[in-house]
Design a protein around this ligand. Structure first.
Ligand SMILES: *Cc1c(COP(=O)(O)O)cnc(C)c1O
Length: 366
């Protein structure tokens, strides 16, 4: 194969260069500059919310959302086991205790029944993760949050563009956190966004991420802030990427459709299921094998055919810093990890590339 197949490489090209040059020519390369608010406004509009605050990363977004929610020492925050460590780390930065629960075996997302079992008097928040772009059961989660008076901070870092009841993920919770890391749906090289229900809280976050600097009284800092700002250069990239977001989404969804169609005759291959009323962004297409497969061996064979793949996340409770926060058993997360594989999903690929992946995969497992 002449062309390389990409797993999750970013799709950055001419418009990005153009916008980047504009930002450099304007003299605004750092955290002040017109592209930052423009990107925030366009992004907020895209996800269908009033306001969004740009930030230095998705991790910082989750951290600041916890901080603004007043979560700290002694508080418990419920999170799923099958996720990237960046969902959990901010809870530890905040000095709170993660309570890590198992996921649903079909959707791979946090199991509402497990949350119900894990809630205590100390529980203050839940952080659902829309894994690989697949929306969580937002009706059930909203109900639980309401019933127990919990904050909900959505980790929507992988699900930009995904919807539940036609509403975008990241707009259901008190806060929604997004990432523009290189492998995400759109990238700014590295950055993120916080959306939220309450404009005052978002204004306060905007102030906190800028070292809690009082704009009206220069150099006055009434609180402990953070340097979590996005740069104008990053925002310029973001504006260019936003112009292509619908193309990215339709490509990702088309790839997922091809995978499902081409592999549907193989009775031991399944995909992440969607909840009723949910529509995944298909950020990453993953399969789960319903019979024992040597996943590492398969990855090696695919690699020899120019096809990069990645294992599903190792359940976080398997890592030393998080073991002690495990709630009940994690058999679903472990089963999914052991039997699943993430397939090429980068929008740099063509539909023909995806057909080639399907053919090669079939040849190596049948
Ligand atoms: C990417 C990611 C994050 C963190 O985003 P960064 O911008 O890399 O800090 C958090 N949670 C999940 C599930 C992610 O995939």
């Amino acid at each position: 194969m002449a062309k390389r197949i990409e797993l999750d490489a970013p799709n950055v090209s001419e418009i990005e260069k153009e916008y980047l040059c504009k930002s450099i020519d304007s003299g605004f390369v750092s955290t002040f500059g017109p592209q930052v608010p423009e990107f925030e406004n366009r992004f907020a509009k895209y996800i269908g919310t009033g306001k969004a605050v740009s930030i230095q990363s998705g991790t910082a977004a989750i951290h600041i959302a916890l901080f603004e929610s007043g979560i700290g020492k002694g508080d418990e925050v419920i999170v799923p086991s099958l996720t990237f460590v960046a969902t959990i780390n901010p809870i530890l930065y905040a000095g709170a205790n993660p309570v890590i629960v198992d996921v649903d075996p079909e959707t791979w997302n946090i199991d509402p029944d497990e949350i119900q079992r894990a809630v205590t008097k100390k529980t203050k928040a839940i952080i659902p993760v829309h894994l690989y772009g697949n929306p969580c059961h937002m009706d059930a989660l909203g109900q639980i949050a309401k019933e127990h008076g919990l904050s909900m901070i959505e980790d929507a870092t992988e699900s930009l563009g995904a919807t539940y009841r036609k509403k975008q993920t990241g707009t259901f919770g008190d806060f929604g956190c997004f990432s523009f890391n290189g492998n995400k749906l759109i990238t700014t090289g590295g950055g993120g966004m916080v959306a939220g229900k309450n404009d005052e809280s978002l204004d306060h976050i905007k102030f906190l991420v800028n070292q809690a600097r009082n704009e009206s009284e220069d150099d006055y800092h009434p609180e402990v802030g953070f340097n979590y700002r996005m740069t104008n250069i990053e925002a310029a990239l973001g504006l260019a990427q936003l112009e292509k977001i619908d193309m990215f989404l339709s490509k990702k969804r088309k790839f997922n459709q091809i995978y499902r169609e081409e592999l549907k005759d193989i009775n031991f291959i399944r995909f992440q299921e969607e909840y009723m009323n949910a529509e995944s962004s298909c950020w990453m297409s993953c399969v789960i094998f319903k019979k024992k497969i040597d996943i590492s061996g398969l990855q090696k064979k695919l690699k020899e055919n120019g096809i990069p793949t990645r294992r599903v996340f190792i359940p976080v409770v398997e890592f030393p810093p998080y073991k002690r926060y495990k709630f009940a058993d994690h058999k679903n997360s472990c089963h999914i990890y052991e039997n699943s594989l993430c397939l090429p999903s980068s929008t740099l690929n063509s539909e023909d590339d995806i057909y080639y992946v399907c053919r090669t995969l079939k040849r190596n497992i049948l």
